[in-house]
Design a protein around this ligand. Structure first.
Ligand SMILES: Nc1ncnc2c1ncn2[C@@H]1O[C@H](COP(=O)(O)OP(=O)(O)OP(=O)(O)O)[C@@H](O)[C@H]1O
Ligand SMILES: [Mg+2]
Length: 279
């Protein structure tokens, strides 16, 4: 299968996660996404489709353009060229890049979520844990204090944070707890698309494994579509149905995760996989 075809074909092992009948239009269609920093390429001509319930992994060495791509998708950076077509809940297709800023911000608080590598960038560190979760609910119109608090309590439980910590500020939490809280804050509004940049980066290996397990459970249970950027091939192996490999801002290989990792075609992917195996 060519990289092009692999980028557009929904994987067979994902059928169970798909609503029936299978929608004929992807949730997200990315075309020709390009961002330069002066003469330097951030990412160039990146394109792919993302289907409902699908998790796409993006891997590549440091500086390969993973964060640039994700930031362009999230609207944190303005690309120089490209289209990001989003299928809304009512089925209409919109170019996210052409949206007015307030509309895009609303999307970022409701249907889309962004999990930062550093929980400090995704949490309000001085606001209580319950407040961090409740704030997202209020952004989508929740007003009833008791209900907000009980939903927040429920979500703390789902990410394995003791309900007794609900009034504590995240700055008193461990790194792993902060990351779990960030995930709760993001998922409480039931987004349809979650963008994650190195969600397990910067954590102890044992903490990473637990977080990964939790994320995998939530993604499956909620039928989330997600794009996960990571250095860690173990993360994509566990989470991602499909994989894109980036080098120097471009996608050099793409396909089903197991296929790409077990039988890498591009020399760079072969190097990436073998360097991990040697560790
Ligand atoms: N703000 C910036 N100004 C100038 N160049 C930048 C900027 N941010 C990124 N770049 C360049 O764009 C390219 C892609 O960087 P990017 O941060 O997207 O890579 P990455 O794959 O996320 O790397 P890492 O794994 O280290 O996070 C690199 O050459 C980088 O030096
Ligand atoms: Mg990065």
């Amino acid at each position: 299968m060519t990289a092009e075809a692999a980028l557009s074909t929904p994987p067979a092992d994902r059928q169970d996660a798909m609503p029936t009948p299978m929608p004929e239009v992807p949730l997200l269609q990315v075309r020709g996404l390009t961002r330069r920093y002066g003469a330097r390429i951030g990412c160039a001509d990146v394109g792919f489709d993302l289907w409902p319930g699908e998790v796409m992994g993006i891997v590549g060495e440091s500086g390969s353009g993973k964060s640039t791509l994700l930031s362009c998708l999230a609207g944190h950076l303005t690309p120089d060229a490209g289209e990001v077509l989003w299928r809304g809940p009512d089925g209409t297709i919109r170019d996210v890049l052409a949206m007015a800023e307030p509309e895009r911000r609303l999307l970022g608080r409701t249907d889309w979520a962004f999990v930062h590598q550093n929980p400090r960038d995704g949490l309000r560190m001085g606001v209580s844990a319950g407040g961090n979760v409740g704030e997202r609910l209020m952004a989508v119109g929740a007003r009833h204090y008791g209900r907000i608090r009980s939903t927040a309590t429920d979500w703390l439980g789902r990410v394995e944070i003791d309900a007794a910590r609900i009034d504590d500020a995240p700055r008193s939490f461990s790194g792993g707890m902060q990351q779990r809280l960030q995930i709760a804050r993001n998922l409480v509004t039931h987004p349809r698309l979650v963008l994650m940049d190195e969600p397990t980066g910067g954590l102890d290996v044992s903490v990473q494994a637990r977080l990964l397990d939790l994320l995998r459970g939530l993604v499956r249970e909620m039928g989330l579509s997600a794009i996960v950027v990571t250095h860690d091939l173990a993360v994509v192996r566990l989470l991602a149905h499909r994989l894109m490999v980036m080098k120097d801002g471009r996608v050099v290989e793409a396909g089903l995760t197991d296929q790409v990792l077990d039988d890498p075609q591009h020399a760079y992917t072969q190097l990436l996989v073998s360097s991990v195996l040697q560790v």
